[in-house]
Write a protein that binds this ligand. Structure first.
Ligand code: ADP
Length: 457
């Protein structure tokens, strides 16, 4: 840049810094905020001050305590309002005043907790500080505005009186006065802007929960969630164990009866088959629980490597097709030509996920239906494996829930799979552990498509 251009550039920058303040909307919202400080500050001081003084005076009676409590609730409500005001008018980045899941002030425990939190007292101090701020701002803006109005209107008055004809020396003086008046207005806007900025910083410190407190609340929330999920897991597992154990016990007890006391159909063969089936289910449950425990401990081991996906799809289809055709009259297939895609995955885990999806698809597809496993590239760097069926579909309200642990769809619609509602939860954990995802699209009575995505190599 040449020297004159650089100088012009600098002048431009200074002009923007000086005059830009008048063109920015934020300046006026800050000014509005500051002008509102006096009436609001006065209101807070009068209301809270008189309420607390009266409450303290009558403290020995129950009424005084009630009054103090009322002041506390009112101060909290005002502080919430002030936070909104600071965010909207000052553009302050104020953290929330409390964690959303806290039953503040609603109970005795909540009240005690509220009294023990620093933000309660800091926000009250903020409300009280508003009054002096209001006085300072009102005085400063009042003085500056009155000065500038005086400076701008005086020359106009002189002009009106036409006396300047007699004394033309007054002309430059009048021009200076108008300029000074404009400069004073600009100065007032700059000062409002600076005070607004400083006040926004104060609002951030005094009206928001401090970072450490937020971290603590978050840690407590997570610990509570973990405890809840542990309790739910124990309940669910006990519930799931009850049925197979009762069935095994019943069948074994019957077999132990003297032959003449057994029901006529109680052949040892049949009973042992039931017992064997139930023990296999229990074994499967234990495996699934172990997978989930590993996922929770972030120990779900996946051995990632490039995998030729067409081969995996062919092998899963080949495993399920004969059984599906024979037992369910459902055709399991893949398109004739599968694209030559290589994904990043653990081949055993991927097979486990796909086997689960195909098994589910076959189970929830009525006779004569079809299950199609296909492959597609998802530009720029992903691949998708779709397991689509022409089955009963999944109701919209169930579409995310089916990925929850122990969730099984409506038993009146689904066939009993004998599963524990853990298959999809594990499949999703595995897909995510491989850097991919598992999602579903579905239409009731038309069919469902489960999609596994993976990174493409
Ligand atoms: P389970 O092992 O008990 O089948 P899953 O987690 O695999 O548990 O499935 C959970 C639920 O999702 C099933 O109870 C069923 O209602 C629903 N579901 C899964 N796959 C399909 C599908 N292809 N079509 C319709 N519903 C399905």
């Amino acid at each position: 840049m040449s020297a004159p251009a650089a100088a012009a550039w600098d002048v431009g920058r200074i002009a923007v810094a000086v005059f830009g303040v008048a063109a920015r909307g934020r300046t006026y919202t800050r000014l509005l905020y500051l002008l509102l400080s006096l009436p609001l500050g006065l209101f807070y001081v009068l209301l809270l001050g008189s309420g607390m003084a009266l409450g303290a005076l009558l403290a020995i009676t129950g009424v005084g305590l009630l009054l103090l409590l009322g002041c506390l609730v009112a101060a909290w409500a005002f502080a919430l309002f002030e936070r909104e005001l600071a965010v909207t008018l000052l553009g302050a980045d104020v953290p929330p005043m409390s964690a959303p899941d806290r039953g503040l002030l609603a109970s005795w425990k909540g009240l005690i907790g509220h009294l023990g939190r620093s933000v309660t007292w800091k926000s009250m101090a903020f409300l009280i500080l508003k009054f002096p701020l209001g006085i300072v701002v009102a005085t400063a803006t009042g003085l500056l505005l009155a000065g500038s109005v005086l400076l701008i209107t005086t020359p106009l008055r002189i002009l009106n009186e036409s006396s300047w004809f007699q004394r033309p020396v007054l002309l430059p003086l009048m021009a200076w006065m108008v300029l000074l008046g404009v400069a004073l207005i600009l100065l007032a806007l700059h000062i409002a802007n600076w005070i607004g900025l400083a006040w926004a910083g104060l609002a951030r410190i005094m009206l928001g929960v401090a970072q450490e407190e937020r971290d603590l609340i978050e840690a407590r929330r997570r610990a509570e969630a973990a405890e809840r999920s542990r309790r739910e897991l124990i309940l669910n597992v006990s519930h799931e164990l009850r049925t197979p154990i009762a069935s095994i016990q019943g069948h074994v007890d019957t077999l132990l009866l003297p032959p003449e006391d057994r029901p006529a159909d109680a052949t040892p063969d049949h009973y042992l088959k039931v017992v064997s089936g139930e023990t296999h289910r229990l074994g499967a449950l234990v495996e699934e629980l172990l997978d989930l425990a590993r996922a929770d401990a972030h120990e779900l081991k996946v051995q990632m490597r490039p995998v030729a996906l067409a081969a995996v799809v062919r092998s899963v289809v080949a495993t399920f097709a004969p059984m599906a055709r024979r037992e369910r009259l459902v055709a399991v297939a893949h398109p004739e030509a599968l694209p030559d895609l290589v994904g990043l995955a653990d081949p055993d885990r991927l097979t486990q996920v796909l086997a689960n999806l195909v098994r589910n698809a076959v189970t929830h597809t009525p006779e004569g239906g079809a299950v199609l496993v296909s492959l597609a590239s998802l530009p720029p760097d992903r691949v998708a494996i779709d397991v689509a069926d022409t089955g009963i579909g999944i109701a919209p309200e169930d579409r995310e829930r089916i990925f929850e642990r122990f969730y099984r769809g409506d038993p009146s619609r689904s066939r009993d799979t004998g599963g524990f509602g853990l298959g999809l939860a594990i499949a999703r954990e595995l897909a995510e552990a491989m850097g991919g995802s598992l999602t579903v699209t579905s239409e009731p009575n038309v069919g469902s498509t489960f999609r596994v995505t993976l990174r493409q190599r």
